[in-house]
Design a protein around this ligand. Sequence first.
Ligand code: C2E
Ligand code: MG
Ligand code: MG
Ligand code: MG
Length: 281
Amino acid sequence: QVKEKGRDAIEFFNQEMANKVSRQLVMEGDLHHAIELEQFELYYQPKLNVQTGELVGAEALLRWHHPDKGAISPMEFIPVLEASGLILQVGQWVIEQACLQLECWGKLGLWRPGMRLSVNISPRQFRRQRFADDVVATLARFELPPDSLDMEVTEGIVIQHVDETIETMTALQNHGVSFSLDDFGTGYSSISYLKRLPVSSLKIDKSFVGDITVDRSDRVLVETIITMGRLLDLELVAEGVEHEEQLDILKEYGCQFYQGYYCSPAVNADAFRFFLDRGAQ
Ligand code: C2E
Ligand code: MG
Ligand code: MG
Ligand code: MG
């Protein structure tokens, strides 16, 4: 009886696995042509000053408009891009697209000095040979406002090869690129890395911000991250702010910047002009 059940469970599990693998293979096939077919688009989420509400920049987030399935979440397709290696090509497209948009907004006088556009860089992309050289070459092709590009990386990139990571970051920093540690608090959060890495900001993961008004331990954690970050001269960016009450707490703790649905989700470049126009007043 038990044995039977066990076998059923294994078969069910195998079937689930097989379904998942075949879904991923189909997706990978679709993703192969997504750039040429212009199915990718960058959306932009405003980043704001907690105290003043002023626009300080944006995060570029990749969107895939599938011809049949409609919008597919990056949480689903980014891992497939990573696993297949396609992230190298798509990641390069993201950087170029971001530069193109910055150049455009810069020429229109909408992207003001000091504002930064963040792009997400996956571990595989970051660790590629000549990553820094290629980015520097790309930057040179565009007429960008100086110091306008930021790269969001997760702690996963530093698990191994700390020295190479620092080298790559430093090379890019010398060309005005800044770095942010994304999803901070969910990974290894090694304080010794924090001291060594040339990052300029920490992004407090939205899973901590979400319950900040009701969960005391999340509040303690966020306050601790902010205090530590400030002592290390890092900027603090809270992700996933959805309510005014969350913003009030962040303000009290001294967090400088935030993103979240409270202001706006990521929107396309046209819609983002609303924030740029407003910020320019
Ligand atoms: P992330 O970089 O941590 O981005 C934040 C995610 O939180 C985004 O999800 C954003 O839409 C969502 N978000 C923003 N404000 C709120 C809020 O108030 N509440 C909630 N519940 N969510 C909020 P998205 O766009 O689905 O992206 C998911 C992840 O996919 C990103 O997490 C990032 O890791 C990855 N990703 C997105 N675009 C790219 C890209 O161009 N390259 C790479 N390598 N990864 C990307
Ligand atoms: Mg990010
Ligand atoms: Mg994040
Ligand atoms: Mg995240």
